[in-house]
Design a protein around this ligand. Structure first.
Ligand code: ADP
Ligand code: ADP
Ligand code: ZN
Length: 214
């Protein structure tokens, strides 16, 4: 099963992608996580990406596409994968389609997690991320057992730099301009599934599973 997660920043793509990856035993591929790991390790890619991420802008397509195309060619992706945060622009979607075509493959579903902008800022300001394993929490909706500490690995939880309200606003604007057109793109391909992302996490998960198993 090859799935794309669409939705605004903070819509819950990562949360749902992790749950789906566990259920279907397929890799969760998050371009945001890949960039953050590169920043942490001080790679050239990380240094380049950071400049854009800190401003709430998208990392240029040419730094993003090849990375994902290489990743989905790896052995662990042969039975499927979940792309979280990619594609985010029409050129990225076209680049992915081209690569899939060469592989004789296609996307099964693009799942759009719909959450209005009003809810997003609240979600983002409460988001906490594990600095070590990448697990995500919310101080109200998905609190860790012990405040500030990751349930999974015990490391410290942090507020991402780009989750500060000023940057969130910019990311939302970028989302509407550059990413939202992908909804029509995948609708036209007949693979779009839209779910109400304002429900609680389990309900959203169930509605996605219902679509995938229909
Ligand atoms: P979000 O919570 O907004 O979904 P992500 O972790 O997916 O956040 O992405 C964080 C940042 O990483 C984005 O704001 C952007 O700068 C960069 N990024 C992630 N994926 C992409 C992509 N496919 N194209 C361009 N930039 C990306
Ligand atoms: P995205 O990957 O789309 O940026 P996340 O999955 O990181 O979004 O979710 C953003 C924040 O909202 C996190 O703090 C997460 O715990 C919380 N969250 C995710 N789904 C829900 C939901 N259905 N209801 C309330 N909060 C949620
Ligand atoms: Zn952790």
């Amino acid at each position: 099963m090859k799935i794309i997660m669409l939705g605004a920043p903070g819509a819950g793509k990562g949360t749902q992608a992790k749950m789906l990856a566990d259920k279907y035993h397929i890799p969760h591929i998050s371009t945001g996580d890949i960039f953050r790991a590169n920043i942490k390790n001080g790679t050239e890619l990380g240094n380049k990406a950071k400049v854009f991420m800190d401003k709430g802008m998208l990392v240029p397509d040419e730094l993003t596409c090849d990375l994902v195309v290489d990743r989905i060619k790896q052995e662990d992706c042969k039975d499927g994968y979940i792309l979280d945060g990619f594609p985010r622009t029409i050129p990225q979607a076209e680049c992915l389609d081209q690569a899939l075509e060469t592989l004789g493959d296609k996307i099964d579903y693009a799942v759009d997690v719909e959450v209005p902008d009003e809810n997003i800022v609240r979600r983002m300001s409460g988001r906490r991320a594990c600095a070590s394993c990448g697990a995500t929490y919310h101080i109200v909706y998905n609190a860790p057992e012990k405040e500030g500490v990751c349930d999974r690995c015990g490391a410290e939880l942090i507020l991402r730099d780009d989750d500060k309200p000023e940057t969130v606003q910019k990311r939302l604007t970028v989302y509407h301009e550059q990413t939202q057109p992908l909804i029509d793109y995948y609708k036209n391909k007949g693979v779009l599934a839209q779910v109400d992302g304002t429900k609680d996490m389990q309900e959203v998960f169930q509605s996605i599973v219902n679509v995938l198993e229909k």
